[in-house]
Design a protein around this ligand. Structure first.
Ligand SMILES: Cc1cc2nc3c(=O)[nH]c(=O)nc-3n(C[C@H](O)[C@H](O)[C@H](O)COP(=O)(O)OP(=O)(O)OC[C@H]3O[C@@H](n4cnc5c(N)ncnc54)[C@H](O)[C@@H]3O)c2cc1C
Ligand SMILES: *[C@@H]1O[C@H](CO)[C@@H](O)[C@H](O)[C@H]1NC(C)=O
Ligand SMILES: *[C@@H]1O[C@H](CO)[C@@H](O)[C@H](O)[C@H]1NC(C)=O
Ligand SMILES: *[C@@H]1O[C@H](CO)[C@@H](O)[C@H](O)[C@H]1NC(C)=O
Length: 538
């Protein structure tokens, strides 16, 4: 028997051939996805201007423009094969149809604030459907409603409402650059939630592109799917726009910020806050921020600072009677209070310097950007004083991570847990957001700060909700679990994180998902799983 011996020249020829084939396959598959997009957009709205490939000089700037966590702005972060920055609804339809045809993972991005970068990063080949061009806002004061497109940012929504009426507003998040698309589909927490609930509690209609590329509204999608897209996340379709009810606000509102360190009896004030913040007048929202600072009295030592930052829907006189009676430990005085219009209170909460005109809310670039990690928890009983003392020690040890406590009560206790997919209602006293920001680059720094955040979260375990430990979808946290790397979500993997986010609403979301997207096209690392077809069940 003769051995076949390949000469070196043949080997190199072969490998060149293999390289050529894989290269041309890749180029052709891009070209054909690209070509598919071109073929599927109407001549009246050509799509070519909306497509940014790595060959276009615009590619990097479009990609980076909406990266809001610098942890995912590195050279090793996986990049999309292209970006479709839709300029017309038909471009969204084309993106879905072609992504399905070419089996290419689609990531949907509106404002890019996903804490784990899920809207613009993936471990498998993917493209981004970017919504920032679709951002019209149409406010109708007479009917007290507005249509807002997914690519609008919250600041624009607030500004456009205030432009038409000084006595209307909308309950949504306090960071003006957050996108409507991701925010309204995940809940929408803000400083009017005690009075008016979440953003999702004030949504009355929507426009959605489904897996077949059809544009649906509330009437044509039906109440199940309409329920799911008010808090159930990105698993059901691409939201084009939401119709919201705008809410009345007084012409004058009041804001304040009071700080106390441990040396200034912060523990007494925090202890009392835990017992009263959820019971005070619904128009008063007092967020508590706990962080670690240098002690001003003991050089070289650290202390915990409690910052009480508030919005009151009314004037300072009435506010002072409420705090004097219900929360004297705060020590609020008239000079702590600033009376202003509601839109100026949005600017204040956005941390802009005093006197900044409200038009700053139209600015799509955030004040600061950094690398970050977030986690969340819900608290059902006040933390005992000894617990607080221990927490101070732990915080000083870890130093960097800090916490926002957002009080419940009012509307948050009135809306039932099944009214929308967001289940964290009655029975909760406040939500914790764990916050860690850093500016150092690299994986080591990221791992270090992420670990600190997890340590603080672990420390709080005895004091927060359990079985399951509740989490807020909009504070995306991949520590809770992910489905397998190809996103072929199994029910059990999906349940692991789905239960934390949705509690008893998870199964209804799975049912709706299975009905509207049985092939699991709209998927990401933490999407809602589909049930296997009945004949597959053993
Ligand atoms: C600085 C900062 C401040 C924040 N402040 C608040 C706050 O005050 N209150 C609060 O509740 N949350 C807050 N968040 C969290 C924020 O609500 C969520 O990250 C939200 O999902 C962001 O929406 P987005 O459109 O900007 O994000 P994106 O990253 O674009 O999207 C987030 C998720 O939604 C999906 N998605 C986006 N657009 C669509 C669409 N049109 N159709 C279907 N799916 C879509 C994405 O695929 C992704 O999974 C904050 C986040 C940051 C970074
Ligand atoms: C990207 O490059 C292609 C080919 O040169 C061009 O036709 C297209 O208009 C460019 N797209 C953008 C958004 O500039
Ligand atoms: C993101 O990374 C790019 C490329 O390194 C850099 O030019 C850009 O400034 C970064 N963005 C921010 C906001 O730091
Ligand atoms: C806190 O003190 C340290 C030294 O102990 C110093 O390096 C740091 O700059 C101080 N921070 C602030 C905000 O003053």
């Amino acid at each position: 028997m003769e051995m076949v011996i390949l000469k070196p020249a043949v080997i190199s020829l072969l490998s060149v051939l293999v390289l050529y084939i894989s290269w041309s396959w890749r180029v052709n598959s891009h070209e054909s996805f690209n070509q598919c997009l071109l073929n599927n957009s109407p001549p009246s709205h050509p799509i070519f201007q909306a497509i940014h490939t790595p060959q276009n000089s615009s590619y990097s700037s479009v990609l980076q423009s909406y990266i809001r966590n610098l942890r995912f702005n590195t050279s090793s972060t996986p990049k999309p094969v292209l970006i479709v920055a839709a300029m017309h609804e038909s471009h969204v339809q084309a993106a879905i149809i072609c992504a399905k045809k070419h089996n290419l993972q689609m990531k949907i991005r509106s404002g890019g604030h996903d804490y784990e970068g899920l809207s613009y990063v993936s471990n498998i080949p993917f493209f981004i459907l970017d919504m920032f061009n679709l951002r019209s806002i149409d406010v109708d004061i007479e009917s007290e409603t507005a249509w807002v497109q997914a690519g609008a940012i919250l600041g624009e929504v607030f500004y456009r409402i205030a432009e038409k009426s000084k006595t209307h507003g909308f309950p949504a998040g306090v960071c003006p650059t957050v996108g409507v698309g991701g925010h309204f589909s995940a809940g929408g927490y803000g400083n009017m939630m005690r009075k008016y609930g979440l953003s999702v509690d004030n949504i009355v209609d929507a426009k959605l592109v489904d897996v077949n590329g059809r544009i649906l509204d509330r009437n044509s999608m039906g109440e199940d799917l309409f329920w799911a897209i008010r808090g159930g996340g990105a698993s059901f379709g691409v939201v084009l726009a939401y119709k919201i009810n705008i809410v009345p606000v007084p012409e004058t509102v009041t804001v304040f910020k009071v700080e106390k360190t441990l040396e200034q009896d912060a523990t007494d004030a925090v202890d009392k806050w835990q017992h009263v913040a959820h019971k005070l007048d619904d128009g008063l929202f007092i967020r508590l921020v706990l962080d670690v600072v240098n002690s001003s009295t003991r050089t070289g030592e650290k202390t915990v600072r409690a910052t009480f930052i508030a919005l009151f829907l009314g004037g300072s006189e009435r506010l002072l009677t409420i705090t004097d009676e219900g929360f004297p430990e705060l020590g609020l005085t008239r000079s702590d209070c600033t009376e202003l219009s509601w839109i100026d209170s949005v600017v204040y909460w956005g941390s802009f310097p005093a006197g900044t005109p409200a038009s700053v809310l139209l600015d799509r670039t955030p004040l600061t950007l950094s690398s970050l990690k977030r986690k969340s928890d819900y608290v059902k009983e006040p933390i005992p004083r000894e617990g607080l003392e221990g927490l101070w020690k732990k915080m000083i040890e870890l130093e960097r991570p800090y916490m926002n406590f957002n009080p419940y009560g009012g509307k948050m206790h009135e809306v039932s847990a099944t009214e929308s997919p967001f289940p964290h209602r009655a029975g909760n006293l406040w939500k914790i957001q764990y916050v860690t920001n850093w500016n150092e680059e690299g994986v080591d720094a990221a791992n270090y700060y992420i670990d600190l955040t997890r340590q603080l979260y672990d420390y709080l375990t005895p004091f927060v909700s359990k079985n399951p430990r509740q989490s807020f979808l909009a504070y995306r946290d991949l520590d809770l679990g992910t489905n397998n790397h190809k996103f072929e979500t199994g029910y059990s993997e999906g349940r692991a994180y789905g239960i934390n986010y949705f509690l008893e609403n998870f199964d209804r979301l799975v049912e709706i998902k299975t009905k509207v997207d049985p092939d699991n096209f709209f998927r990401n690392e933490q999407s809602i799983p589909v049930l296997p077809p009945l004949h597959d069940v053993e």
